[in-house]
Design a protein around this ligand. Sequence first.
Ligand SMILES: [Zn+2]
Ligand SMILES: [Zn+2]
Ligand SMILES: [Zn+2]
Length: 223
Amino acid sequence: MHNLKKETDVKIPLQPQETSVEEKDEVKTDSEAQESDCCKALREKTNTLSVQMSELSIKIDDLQLHNKPEHIEAALYNFSRELDNQLASLKAIQNLQSEEFQQKILEKDEMRLQLLDNLKKQEQSHLQEMEQLKVQLEAKDKQCLELEQQIENYKNNNDINSACPICFEPWNSSTNHRLASLRCGHLFGDSCLRNCLQRLAECPQCRCTASSHDIRYLYGRPL
Ligand SMILES: [Zn+2]
Ligand SMILES: [Zn+2]
Ligand SMILES: [Zn+2]
């Protein structure tokens, strides 16, 4: 019996095949960390079965060495084969699930990239729109400025046309500063024009000869 125990101790390290499977697992990408619980459970089962198998094969070896009843050997051999098959199918399932998981990650990555691409395109079109709006706004500003200038000009013209060139006050119809013209066609406030003509008999604008007899009142203009 001492001999048997010693041999078992020596053989206990895992079989080379087992080691290579574990190394392969470690090489996998970060995505493994996100693997489903189902996958983890399967791998744990697989590992447990691997350990059980190696222990059983050690026991089989021991039995073959020291105790060789043919029926026990056959039964253990069959049991070992069955475990082999189970392990193989579990590994196949695990690989399949792992592949599906990788596929899903790839699809998610693809979707994410597409989404980012779409967002980038949207941003670009928004920037373009903003640029166009800016140009339009500048054009509108310019138009506005021109209109303001026109209004200003119109106002000035109106002031000139509606104010007496002697006193610069607007004429009106109710006081003695009513709208009055001379034969030359120049317009003044009546009182201002009369004062000027008393001192000098000429039009204050064009200096053509004029007297108070030439003064005509104008009614057509809304005042
Ligand atoms: Zn006047
Ligand atoms: Zn005149
Ligand atoms: Zn008349």
